[in-house]
Design a protein around this ligand. Structure first.
Ligand code: XIL
Length: 397
């Protein structure tokens, strides 16, 4: 009896794997994987492929390709800015939901899941809040209750509509900060102490019982020295392990994946190792903001192909490393790029001294770059036994 049940389960597994990897072909039209979208190819692995969405570009009548690519190539979307606190509550007590609602409605029309970004972050806070704290009119006790109200208000409004929430973003310092020993940094830690992280997850869970709750950060793609004093991945690992140990409802760790071709970066095995170790804690993972920028040297700006080509290739190689590692870890649920076209990328506006760019998978004219093709190849040439379909985690209570 036991044996038969076990065999039946095995057959179901084989059948499921068969369906997932089936190559639907007809006599008239042979199946051509290279003609499939990223979202369709991701589906073979249960992997969601996403992009951050710039709501101004999405609404621009002159940008039909932007809308088409968002709709056709991606199965999950993130609001690049419009779910941030300064956008949602520009003046105290007056929430403006219009742009965030529009994103959620668009995703629904397109059959896409939404990554909510972001409930708690030290950046892009409304001026009334930071000014109020600076001039002493908001004390720390009031600040804590304001944060609680914000998380509750936003998570409740979108209850049932958000797949993954970035509950806390970028809470940890970098080795180049002062002091260089890694620590909880920024506005919230300074005023409320590190305990705000656990509070935020508990408040988010109380408001939304179904979303997967994520901690999100950059420079945590791979482990370094293993010393939490200078290895940010280790610091975050210890932090989330501690949260789990105290029963805090955290479901996942988001690795932003903002890389640059001028840095050393990582290989697939290092990145896969990091994802496996987070998975070993029982957490999901995701790449949440991937882009790989390059220096726009004089030669690049003058169109010198000898300077441009190696940068495009190095950028593609880094997209490939992160995607291949994600595919190799069944608890890596989604792979989101931070904008998909150099036409609408935050990189040139943010990293301008020296100028940087070329960070996304389509060029400024919406032509797919080598990085897009390499992502596609990764999704096509992957399968069991090393790449299996994704786990379906239950939100932690
Ligand atoms: C960036 C947006 O892309 C920009 O448009 C905005 O001006 C600043 O924020 N990490 C994050 C994202 O978590 O929210 C940031 O997005 C990029 C870095």
């Amino acid at each position: 009896m036991m044996l038969r049940r076990w065999m039946a389960a095995g057959l179901v597994a084989v059948a499921t794997a068969g369906v997932l990897n089936a190559v639907p072909a007809t006599a008239q039209r042979p199946y051509d994987p290279t003609a499939q979208s990223l979202r369709a190819l991701g589906q073979r692995h249960g992997l969601y492929v996403g992009t951050a969405v710039d709501m101004a570009a999405l609404a621009d009548p002159a940008e039909p390709r932007y809308r088409e690519i968002v709709r056709d190539e991606f199965s999950t979307v993130t609001a690049e800015n419009v779910m941030k606190w300064e956008s949602l509550e520009p003046t105290r007590g007056n929430y403006d939901w219009s742009a965030a609602d529009e994103l959620v409605a668009t995703a629904r029309r397109n059959g896409q899941k939404v990554r909510g970004h972001v409930l708690v972050w030290h950046s892009q806070l409304p001026k009334w809040l930071t000014d109020g704290v600076a001039d002493g009119s908001i004390d720390n006790a009031e600040l804590r209750s304001i944060l609680r109200r914000h998380i509750t208000t936003v998570a409740s409004r979108y209850r049932g509509k958000i797949w993954q929430w970035d509950v806390v973003n970028e809470a940890v310092s970098d080795p180049w900060d002062t002091p260089s020993t890694l620590h909880y940094k920024g506005f919230w830690a300074e005023h409320l102490g590190p305990g705000y992280v656990a509070d935020a997850f508990r408040w988010a869970r109380a408001a939304d019982p179904t979303a997967l709750l994520f901690y999100n950060d950059y420079n945590i793609e791979a482990f370094g020295s293993g010393d939490p004093a200078n290895d940010k991945t280790q610091f975050v690992f210890d932090m989330v392990k501690g949260l789990l140990g105290r029963g805090v409802p955290i479901d996942g760790v988001g690795s932003q994946g903002h890389l640059g071709t001028q840095y050393g970066n990582y290989d697939t095995l290092q990145v896969a190792d990091a994802l496996h170790r987070f998975a070993g804690l029982g957490l999901s993972t995701a790449f949440t903001e991937v882009d790989v920028r390059s220096r726009l040297t004089d030669g690049v700006q003058a169109g010198d192909s000898e300077e441009i080509n190696p940068r495009l290739q190095a950028s593609a190689a880094n997209f490939h490393v992160l995607l291949q590692a994600c595919l190799a870890e069944p608890r890596c649920l989604s792979f989101t790029v931070w904008g998909f076209t150099d036409r609408h990328s935050w990189v040139p506006g943010t990293f301008d001294d020296p100028p940087q760019g070329l960070a996304t998978i389509y060029d400024e004219n919406y032509q797919p770059k080598r990085s897009y093709q390499l992502m596609k190849a990764d999704l096509i040439y992957a399968g069991p036994p090393y790449v299996r379909t994704r786990a379906t985690p239950k939100p932690r209570r």
